[in-house]
Design a protein around this ligand. Structure first.
Ligand SMILES: [Fe+2]
Length: 394
């Protein structure tokens, strides 16, 4: 489902080369007070405007969107509770700033603010730097103080601090909690360690409780996801910084129903839609008479030819999106202002303020929400991104 019916409040105001004065004039004509520049890591995609307050869809429409693997937006659902976590958010922001300044995460988490909770439950067993991974800042391995019943059981879990890109001027960073060999582990196969990672994340970023210990939110989620209880796993704490964010991607993981993304501070803009919708939008764009002239110049002739070769082949686009070596398609969906304009106009854009939540369903590789994130502020902002899975109620 597109959000055009009730959320038509976001408009594409102007192309990225439009100067600020002209954007202001265009916005005034449309009675729009807030305009934002969408840019990420050296390429700009245009100006968008927020005409009015974003609204929630009706429950039936939300369910239709969720089951169709489209994003569901809950503006302001956490706003009231945010004030209860001011000090936790300040501590986490300071942690991010200190890591940015070159401090060691290992030293920082030994600090008083995380004690005694951390030492009561976990031992820090090692701290490492992977020089082959240019995005990784530091990895901390922990094991629980109380071991599992068998010594054979692997109980180590980790927190990794990583950059979101290789760009020097993008200070976007994430703190991710998981275990095992990154990218190769079937995390769903080890619910014990999944739970441990969640406990560790909760101790180091206690503002997580705004999602995990929130009866009102739980009720809303249970109703939408149609499950009795939800466990929040594979947790990531993001600090999206100016010019940073994330390119189009999905977060599919076996056993997970989707991801909840909650903005804690700062603002982000999103393009979010189901994979099927994205494929349809790609085909629609490439069918335009003027499509070629609207592609970014960075997309050379070879890539353009490749792109148009599959312009009538949704099955190939579906597979192509999942491939790592897909530069032509990747550059097109991420760096084409006119394609961004089309997505915004067709109702797939969201602006998240502190307290807003965006839900990203995932049923499988072909049925999942694809999303792209932009930072809208001069300062980094924090967000929580947790995978959701059905919790078995005993
Ligand atoms: Fe994501």
């Amino acid at each position: 489902m597109k959000n055009t019916d009730k959320l038509s409040c976001i408009t594409y105001l102007a192309s990225p080369d439009t100067n600020a004065a002209d954007v202001t004039a265009i916005a005034m004509l449309q009675q729009i007070n807030s305009s934002y520049f969408l840019a990420r890591r050296g390429y700009a995609l245009g100006w968008i405007g927020l005409a009015s307050e974003q609204q929630r869809l009706a429950v039936a429409e939300e369910k239709q969107a969720w089951h169709g693997s489209a994003a569901v937006f809950w503006p302001g659902i956490l706003t009231e509770q945010l004030s209860r976590f001011t000090s936790e958010l300040d501590t986490s922001y300071q942690l991010y700033l200190d890591v940015l300044d070159g401090a060691s995460c290992a030293d920082l988490v030994e600090a008083a603010s995380y004690q005694p909770a951390l030492n009561e439950k976990f031992n820090l067993v090692s701290c490492s730097y992977d020089e082959s991974d240019l995005q990784q800042v530091e990895r901390l391995d922990f094991e629980p103080v109380t071991q599992a019943s068998s010594d054979e059981v692997d109980t180590e879990v980790w927190m990794k601090a990583s950059w979101l890109s290789h760009e020097d001027d993008d200070a976007s960073m994430r703190f991710r909690f998981s275990f095992g060999l990154d990218g190769h582990e079937d995390v769903a196969a080890d619910p014990y360690r999944q739970t441990l990672t969640s406990q560790l994340a909760q101790i180091l970023f206690p503002e997580s409780k705004i999602i995990t210990d929130n009866a009102g939110l739980a009720k809303n989620l249970q109703q939408l996801l149609e499950v009795d209880a939800i466990e929040f796993v594979e947790r990531i704490i993001y600090f999206n910084s100016p010019d940073g964010g994330a390119q189009f991607h999905q977060d599919v993981e076996r056993g997970h129903l989707g991801v909840i993304f909650a903005q804690m501070s700062g603002r982000t803009a999103w393009l979010a839609l189901s994979k099927k919708q994205l494929i349809q939008e790609i085909l629609t764009f490439l069918a335009r008479q003027d499509a070629k002239s609207l592609l970014p110049t960075a997309l050379g002739k070879k890539h353009q030819t490749q792109l148009f070769k599959y312009a009538n082949d949704p099955a190939y686009i579906n597979t192509w999106l999942d491939q790592r070596d897909n530069d032509a398609l990747d550059m097109f969906i991420n760096q084409t202002p006119a394609f961004t304009q089309q997505l915004v106009t067709n109702g797939y854009a969201y602006v998240l303020h502190p307290g807003d939540v965006l839900l990203l369903p995932q049923q499988g590789m072909d049925d999942c929400a694809w999303h792209s994130v932009f930072c809208l502020d001069e300062e980094p902002g924090e967000a929580l991104s947790f995978a959701m899975k059905k919790r078995d109620v005993l």
